[in-house]
Design a protein around this ligand. Structure first.
Ligand code: PMT
Length: 398
């Protein structure tokens, strides 16, 4: 639970701040809302009070005077000050140290990080003075989110919309996440592979990429540069990661080998097909009476190939089993020369393919086994990365 002061200034995007408060409260944050007089023209303090479950602050000098309501108390309470929307006017005041209302006074008084979510007309945003003010704030360590592109309230089309609530929440999570992977390159594989039979058909599996994408997102939040090699999926790639789309196991192998030299940590959560049709029919195979035999040949084991040349890299594999989970996973850990294997079973509800959760055992080359309960794939991703960070710091001290 984080203590967040949400400042709302007077722009039409103020109505979206109601959603932002809801999302923060849902995360378990303690939210105190500060509104400018102009913000209260767009959305009522009562709405914000109801959603935040706390009194809303609008006056620099409230009557009767109460210490808990004053600007210094709010500034000290904040672990993060978010200003969303941040108008050109508020941005200009902050850039010039002006503190003429409660919000700007709290901003000047707080030692907490400040996240600004600008929102304004595209022509205002493009004005050199506004850009100069934003640059000035960024240079002073204030975090400024990019505006989104789209239709604006004034009916023009351009950049100036407040960032999406989901993206703001993601950025807030990243601000509170330790940047222990800064300076590292994390190479992740995700999703299924498709092995073509003919121009119409392929052999594949049920992987959706959710597990690998969660690892990519967690690593990116922790400051890593992330390269995500993924088979075909409908899962949305996390913002800020480099996505390398592939289809077959052979394509995945080439992409992984290309990025392997620069990688510090490799997480192979892709469900790679072990076999592919020996020959791909040039034309659609016509149906006939009787059976159809397709001869399959082995695909290269990408992870084993990486294990043979891993050097100082930390190599993490997954094992997806339907029987003898521990024994099979430990065997793969050894055979593929891994530092960690994450074993998950298809036989447990909430684990494996296509769900947002997983149940895993994290086995290390040192012989430790961490048995984890049902949790989100994102939380599991962080636990896997915690282990990787631990191994890396041990390596560095040896
Ligand atoms: O994508 P989701 O829907 O979220 O599902 C997640 C998942 C179930 C796919 C994931 O949690 C998982 O278990 N991934 C590994 C699945 C798998 O192929 O396991 P395996 O036991 O067959 O392979 C062991 C390891 O070797 C894996 O890291 C795999 O990427 C790698 N491998 C396998 C075969 C091969 N030819 N090359 C490889 O690199």
């Amino acid at each position: 639970m984080k203590k967040i002061v949400l400042g709302i200034s007077g722009g039409i995007a103020a109505y979206k701040s109601a959603e932002l408060v809801r999302a923060l409260v849902k995360r378990g944050d303690d939210v105190r809302v500060v509104m400018t007089k102009n913000a209260a023209e767009f959305i009522t303090p009562l709405t914000m009070q109801t959603l935040s479950r706390n009194p809303v602050h609008t006056e620099t000098f409230p009557h009767p005077s109460d210490y808990s309501l004053n600007h210094i108390a709010l500034a000290e309470f904040a672990e993060l000050l978010v200003i969303a929307p941040a108008t050109a006017n508020v941005i200009a005041k902050l850039a010039n140290g002006i503190a003429d209302d409660l919000l700007t006074t709290v901003a000047l008084a707080t030692e907490a990080p400040i996240l600004l979510c600008p929102a304004m007309n595209d022509k205002m945003l493009a004005k050199p003075i506004v850009q100069e003010n934003i640059t000035k704030l960024v240079n002073r360590g204030i975090i400024v989110m990019d505006t989104a592109f789209g239709e604006l309230a004034c009916k023009s089309y351009g950049s100036g919309r407040m960032a999406e609530i989901e993206d703001i929440i993601e950025r807030i999570s990243a601000i509170f996440t330790p940047q222990d992977l800064q300076g590292t390159v994390v190479l992740v594989s995700a999703g299924p592979t498709r092995e073509a039979i003919d121009p119409v058909r392929f052999i594949s599996n049920h992987s959706t990429g959710k597990m690998g994408f969660a690892v990519a997102k967690a690593a990116q939040q922790r400051g890593a540069r992330v390269i995500l090699v993924s088979g075909p999926t409908n899962t949305q790639a996390p913002r800020g990661v480099t996505l390398v789309p592939v289809s077959s196991a052979l394509e995945m192998r080439l992409a992984i080998l290309e990025h392997f030299p620069s990688a510090t940590i490799v997480v192979k959560s892709a469900a790679v097909a072990d076999y592919r049709p020996q020959a791909i029919a040039k034309n659609k195979i016509k149906k006939n009476e009787g059976t159809l035999n397709i001869v399959l040949e082995r695909n290269p084991d990408i992870l084993a190939e990486l294990g043979a040349q891993k050097g100082q890299r930390i190599l993490i594999g997954f094992a997806m089993e339907t029987e003898d989970l521990l024994i099979n996973a430990q065997k793969k850990l050894l055979e593929k020369n891994l530092d960690i294997i994450v074993a998950n079973s298809l036989c447990e509800d909430g684990a494996g393919f296509a769900v947002d959760t997983n149940i895993a055992k994290i086995i290390t080359a040192k012989g430790t086994i961490e048995e984890l309960p049902l949790m989100s794939k994102f939380d599991l991703a962080h636990i896997i990365l915690d282990q990787a960070v631990r191994i890396r710091s041990l390596q560095q001290t040896c």
